[in-house]
Ligand binder design. Structure first.
Ligand SMILES: *Cc1c(COP(=O)(O)O)cnc(C)c1O
Length: 391
C-alpha cells in the first residue's frame, strides 16, 4: 500500500531517542530548549516554543494574541479543522475567507473584499490565520499590509511548510506575522510522533505561550519559601517531551534532504502527468514549496471519484485535502447561528460572504498523490502510468 505521505526514520533518529531514554530526563531536560534553538536557527525566528502538537500551538497562539469571547477569527476553509477549532476553544467566532483555485491558498482579493465589507459593519477580525497549503506560503507581504490597514494579528498555520521559503527567507521567521505554527505529526515535514511548535519575533508572545504551555505556573524566587510555585493564569499541559525533542533535532538535520527528495518527486509528476485529465497546482515566483502534499486538480468531480477508486485498486491511497471546514456538521450549525445573528443585527448584510465558491470547486476536484522522502522514483512512474490509464 502506498499512502499519500509517511515518515522517514533512520538509525540516527532511533539512536537519538534511545540516548534520551538512558539519560536523567525523559521530559523537560536539555533536549527541549536544544530543539527550540535548532528551530530558531533553521527558520531565523527570534523565539520558539515546542508544544504537544500543532493544535495546542494554534490554541496557545490565539490566547497569547488575546483572542477571547466575542472576538472574530478568520481562516481558510481548505484546511484541517484545527485551523478553526483553536478560535472556538477561546470562545471566538470563526469565519472563512475563500481561496484561489490555482493554489488552494487563501485569496488576497477575497480577503480584501471581505475586510472592506466587515469594516463597514464593524465586524473586523481580531486574528487571521492563513494556511500554507501543501507547503507553499500564502502571500504574506500583502496579508501583512492588510493587517496594518485593518488592525488584526496574523498566525501563520505553517503545519505543512517547515522547510519552505518565501521571498528568500525560510517560513517561520515571522517577518510578516505575529506567530507561526508547525506540526510534527508523522505525515508532516519532520516528525516527533506527536508535536508542534510556535515561532515568533515577539518576546511578549513567546513569554505568554511558554507560560501557558505549563499550567500557567510561575516558578517562585522567594528565598523564604523556595519551594513555592504560583499559578497566575489558567494554562495547560501542552509540553513536548525530551524523547520527542531529541527525535525532532535529528529529523530537523534531515529536513533539507527531505525537501530535495520531495522536489525530485514533484518534478517527475510535473513532467509526466496526463494534462487532458489532470491540472497541477500553480507554484508562485519567489517561493520554494516544502511540498508536504502533492495535490492535483482532476478535470471534474466525476473523474476525481473514478481516479480515487482506480488508484485504490492498485494499492495507491490518494487522499482528499480537505473537506472544507465549513462543511463539517459542527461548523454548519455554528455558522448558521452566526449568520442568522448578523442578518438580524446588520441591515443589508450581504450573503456574498457566506459562500466559498472557489473552495467548493477546489474540493470537488482535488486529490493528493503520494509524495514523501522514501517514495521510490520507480513507484512514482507506476502511479503516473496508473493515472494515464484511468479513463
Ligand atoms: C496537521 C495540521 C494541523 C494539526 O496538527 P497536529 O500536530 O496534528 O495537531 C493543523 N493545521 C494544519 C493545516 C494541519 O495540516
Amino acid at each position: 500500500m502506498t499512502n499519500y505521505g509517511r515518515q522517514s526514520i533512520n538509525q540516527n533518529d532511533i539512536d537519538a531517542v534511545v540516548q534520551v531514554l538512558q539519560s536523567d530526563f525523559l521530559t523537560q531536560g536539555p533536549a527541549v530548549p536544544a530543539f527550540e534553538s535548532a528551530l530558531c536557527a533553521y527558520t531565523g525566528a527570534a523565539y520558539c516554543t515546542a508544544v504537544s502538537n500543532a493544535t495546542s500551538a494554534l490554541h496557545l497562539a490565539c490566547l497569547a494574541l488575546g483572542v477571547g469571547y466575542g472576538d472574530r477569527v478568520w481562516t481558510s476553509p481548505i484546511s484541517f479543522v484545527a485551523s478553526a477549532n483553536c478560535a472556538r476553544y477561546c470562545g471566538a467566532q470563526i469565519d472563512f475567507v475563500d481561496i484561489e483555485l490555482e493554489t488552494g491558498l487563501m485569496s488576497i482579493h477575497a480577503l480584501r473584499d471581505k475586510l472592506e465589507f466587515a469594516a463597514s459593519i464593524q465586524q473586523l477580525p481580531k486574528v487571521v490565520i492563513p494556511v500554507h497549503y501543501a507547503g507553499q506560503s500564502c502571500d504574506m507581504r500583502e496579508l501583512y499590509k492588510l493587517s496594518k490597514r485593518y488592525d488584526f494579528s496574523i498566525i501563520e498555520d505553517a503545519s505543512h511548510a517547515l522547510g519552505a521559503q518565501y521571498l528568500q527567507h525560510k517560513v517561520g521567521g515571522a517577518e510578516y506575522s505575529d506567530a507561526v505554527v508547525f506540526s510534527f505529526h508523522p505525515v508532516k515535514m519532520i516528525t516527533t510522533g506527536e508535536g508542534g511548535a510556535i515561532t515568533t519575533r515577539r518576546l511578549d508572545v513567546d513569554e505568554k505561550v511558554k507560560h501557558l504551555r505549563s499550567h500557567g505556573i510561575k516558578k517562585g524566587n522567594d528565598i523564604d519559601e523556595p519551594w513555592r510555585q504560583d499559578q497566575v493564569a489558567l494554562g495547560f499541559n501542552y509540553r513536548l517531551s525530551d524523547m520527542q525533542c531529541a527525535l525532532g533535532i535529528s529529523q530537523l538535520a534531515r529536513l533539507d534532504a527531505f525537501v530535495e527528495k520531495r522536489t525530485q518527486i514533484a518534478k517527475i509528476y510535473e513532467a509526466s502527468l496526463p494534462l487532458e485529465t489532470i491540472t497541477v497546482l500553480t507554484r508562485r515566483d519567489n517561493q520554494i514549496s516544502s511540498l508536504h502534499l502533492y495535490p492535483i486538480l482532476s478535470k471534474d468531480a466525476i473523474f476525481r471519484k473514478k481516479l480515487y477508486f482506480y488508484l485504490k485498486g492498485y494499492g495507491i491511497n490518494a487522499q482528499v485535502h480537505y473537506c472544507p471546514i465549513h462543511r463539517h456538521t459542527y461548523y454548519i450549525d455554528h455558522l448558521k447561528e452566526y449568520y442568522e445573528q448578523l442578518h438580524q443585527q446588520k441591515k443589508g448584510y450581504s450573503k456574498q460572504f457566506e459562500v466559498y465558491e472557489q473552495a467548493e470547486a477546489f474540493y470537488n476536484r482535488v486529490l493528493s498523490l503520494p509524495i514523501y522522502p522514501d517514495l521510490a522514483p520507480e513507484r512514482v512512474s507506476e502511479i503516473i502510468d496508473c493515472i494515464s490509464h484511468c479513463r
